[in-house]
Design a protein around this ligand. Structure first.
Ligand SMILES: [Zn+2]
Length: 495
């Protein structure tokens, strides 16, 4: 092969650009604009070949340096034109001589250097006297649009995102996925912002574990291309299959799920809360079927998928729900790393208050001193269908209890766990206080369970469910996930 050049492009701060608007429809529309831009890349890369694209990044190979330089300008301005507000950083053309992996590393370093230097701000528009966009608050409003039954003023950039949603959207790529014909999926929710009207909304963030390490280990172009393509297909097909299995709509029915963003190894979904845990479970199992060790593009190293899911009331601010889901996703990934769960891990939280900060919600789950800790939940659960502390086993435990276990007793058990949170007041507890809290909690749980055991049928249900309870009784770390069961029953609804 003759000499060639690589150019790497990367959309700047993609997450914050996607979430610029507070309306779900415009977030999904923004994803649509990026997906359309990805499709136009081959045309923009004249004399070049697109080796991978998705998730805001693309890698293109050129056989002449001049085309590589002119592509840099063309791709940046076309993205701005298409989106009004997104910007992109491109690497300098990097000569590809010998080691492909080393060239990709140099292109990555070039992008990072440019990002550190920052962008010149474009022309600043003074709009202090104009009406501000009610989507992002960052631009002057130009027109009104109907959102969730309200008329809202939108600026140029948000309007573009708003309208992008009508152009076929993610259903297009879903239709292109394997098995679409059999799934019977038809319509989007009529209004994304009304997805949760009258019920709770689940905001779900998923991320593939270990993609960076995997990419760094790929040294030649065919392996790189196979990996990029394999990952993209596995993710998209898993999303489609999971939605079809978790939320099969009847004829003409609207889907209770909306894909707000799906690119590269990231996924952002919104759905009705009653579908949330089923959807999470289907998503991780469908993904692991498609990204298991047997796939040739993975070269023997399976990929896992971790998920963070925030379940909130319909009035809860979307950005707060997103940041809560992001916090849980980080913790789930850390737990999967710590315990070497190759399938990934899954975490969720139900926010009952209309406003709650992410940190205290997560901190409330554990009482810990310098050397020991009492966890009041089994979360995060392992992202697989069976085994201790797996999401599948947790569902089975809830499923069993749904057949006649008195719900009020489950709420009593949850109450026992909640009471232990009082320990968190004031300065951090001492070891003795944590041990004492554990003793009291076990006594309260013991009493509640003992009362139940007078009824043999209920006792049997409890014994079956307890088999799946992820209680770790090590020397210094204790887990009492009884509250999870009450929440699981509520979330899984009619199992
Ligand atoms: Zn706006």
């Amino acid at each position: 092969m003759g000499k060639s050049w690589l150019v790497l492009c990367d959309v700047d701060s993609i997450q914050s650009w996607l979430l610029r608007s507070v309306h779900l429809r415009e977030i999904a529309g923004a994803s649509q604009l990026l997906a359309e831009h990805d499709r136009r890349l081959p045309e923009l890369a004249r004399n070049g070949e697109v080796l991978s694209c998705g998730g805001g990044t693309a890698l293109v190979r050129f056989t002449d340096e001049e085309s590589a330089w002119s592509f840099r300008g063309a791709v940046t301005s076309s993205l701005q034109e298409e989106t009004e507000s997104a910007t992109m950083t491109t690497s300098e053309p990097v000569p590809l001589e010998g080691d492909f992996g080393a060239a990709v590393d140099r292109a990555t370093a070039s992008v990072e250097r440019s990002k550190r230097l920052g962008h010149a701000l474009g022309e600043r528009v003074d709009f202090c006297h104009a009406l501000r966009c009610q989507g992002c608050g960052q631009e002057p409003a130009v027109t009104q649009a109907s959102i969730g039954g309200d008329d809202r003023w939108l600026g140029k950039s948000c309007l573009k995102r708003h309208r992008a949603r009508e152009r076929g959207s993610w259903l297009d790529w879903m239709r292109a996925c394997a098995g679409w014909q059999d799934l019977g999926l038809r319509d989007l929710p009529s209004n994304t912002n009304e997805l949760a009207s009258g019920t709770q909304l689940a905001v779900m963030l998923a991320d593939v574990d270990g993609v960076g390490d995997h990419l760094a280990s790929l040294r030649d172009e065919p392996a790189y291309r196979a990996f990029s393509r394999g990952l993209k297909n596995a993710m998209q097909d898993a999303v489609v299959a999971a939605i079809a299995r978790a939320a099969p709509p009847g004829a003409g029915a609207k889907l209770g799920v909306d894909v707000l963003y799906a690119g590269g190894d990231d996924l952002l979904l919104a759905c009705r809360s009653d579908l949330a845990l089923t959807l999470v479970e289907k998503l991780v199992t469908e993904f692991s079927r498609r990204a298991g060790a047997g796939q040739p593009w993975l070269q023997g190293k399976p990929l896992g998928l971790s998920v963070g899911c925030a379940i909130v009331g319909p009035k809860y601010p979307f950005r707060s729900a997103h940041s809560l889901a992001a916090g849980m996703l980080r913790r789930a990934k850390a737990e999967a790393r710590r315990l070497k769960w190759s399938e990934g891990a899954v975490d969720w939280a139900v926010v009952t208050e209309s406003w709650g900060e992410a940190e205290p919600i997560l901190a409330d789950r554990v009482v810990e001193s310098a050397t020991c800790s009492l966890h009041l939940t089994g979360r995060p659960y392992r992202a697989c269908s069976e085994g201790t502390r797996s999401l599948g086993a947790f569902r089975q435990a809830c499923h069993g209890l749904a057949r006649g276990f008195p719900r009020n007793k489950l709420f009593d058990l949850r109450g026992c766990c909640t009471a232990s949170r009082l320990m968190r007041q004031g300065a951090g507890p001492t070891d003795r206080q944590v041990r004492q809290a554990r003793k009291e909690l076990d006594e309260r749980i013991g009493e509640t369970v003992m009362r139940l055991e007078r009824n043999p049928e209920v006792a049997r249900l409890w014994a079956d469910a307890s088999r799946w309870l992820p209680i770790e009784d090590g020397e210094v770390m204790w887990r009492r996930p009884h509250g999870d069961l009450a929440e699981g029953l509520e979330l899984w609804g009619a199992l």
